[in-house]
Design a protein around this ligand. Sequence first.
Ligand code: SF4
Ligand code: SF4
Ligand code: SF4
Length: 329
Amino acid sequence: MSKIERFIELFKVPEFVGPYLSYFVTEREIDLIIVMDGAGLNAKEAAAKLGIELSQAEELLEDSYHKHVLNREEHNGEVRYTAGDFYDKLDYQCKFGENYHELDKSVRDALDRWCYDVYKEGMKPYLAQLKRGEKVERAPETYELLGNLDEFIDSAREIRLVPCNCRRLAENCERPTETCLAFDDAITDRNNGREVSKEEAKEIVKMAHKAGLMHQVNSDWREKGPSWICNCCSCCCYPLRLAQEEGSKGVFPVVNYAAERDTEKCTHCGICARTCHFSAFYRTEDEILVKGKAILRVGFDPEKCYGCGLCADKCPTHAITMQILSAKD
Ligand code: SF4
Ligand code: SF4
Ligand code: SF4
């Protein structure tokens, strides 16, 4: 087996990525994974195996850890590193890799499909637990109204802005990607991105709202504190693509609000139909008279609503209000 074949096996790289490895890892990182050979190493052992100085090994291991090539564990004061995997590396690379978007579009599309399939497989046990109503380790996502996000952000100690990996991978729309906010305990030494103030975070959320993005948050934020605000579209968002595929709306994501339309106030302008990611508002084929003019009526199917609140904020006649759903709904 060649060195590259061995690396592909150890780092769980999908076969079609073989010719493009240089977009993801350096020669040095490949050597590191190979000398590890599926086991853990500390800096001293890495230095001996690679024939380099201890300080060089320490630097290489830490750098590889931060670039999601290696994982790191600490036991009784000893730091050991193990090989990461390509799934995690792809997540890092699409967000921070300078040349990721120089890869051919057909390869990027294949990476998105592969990544989504791995994500979907990994989510199966969690989704099954949620569907059975069992207790889960991480609260599922929900959509929060823009009006509640100042309170969400104000309750944080620390905020980090990172690029949206779903839109960077899927590229199904041109909406902004500097939109993911991690908070407090969800921030690790490997989030990367940059620290932002509460005021800047509020501006980012408003900009995302204007761009037609929905605000996905941890559903237990009022009890447990803020973890993240993802500003999502339905065309790229992995959790949302999965929720639609699995029909898990209600448990994944949790739905806390429902749009309600006052038909007396509605002028059938169609803005809500253009705004809603789920076609809950839609143009019908039948006509209605508005101010003496016949236009196509705008219909509403509340069953399709995820409670994001975008339509209510865009409606020029304030015909849409967001209702809070009780737990039994
Ligand atoms: S969950 Fe939403 S904001 Fe977060 S990475 Fe995916 S699309 Fe982007
Ligand atoms: S945006 Fe408001 S006024 Fe326009 S169609 Fe929708 S509900 Fe009616
Ligand atoms: S109907 Fe309104 S609140 Fe419901 S999902 Fe569509 S845009 Fe969001």
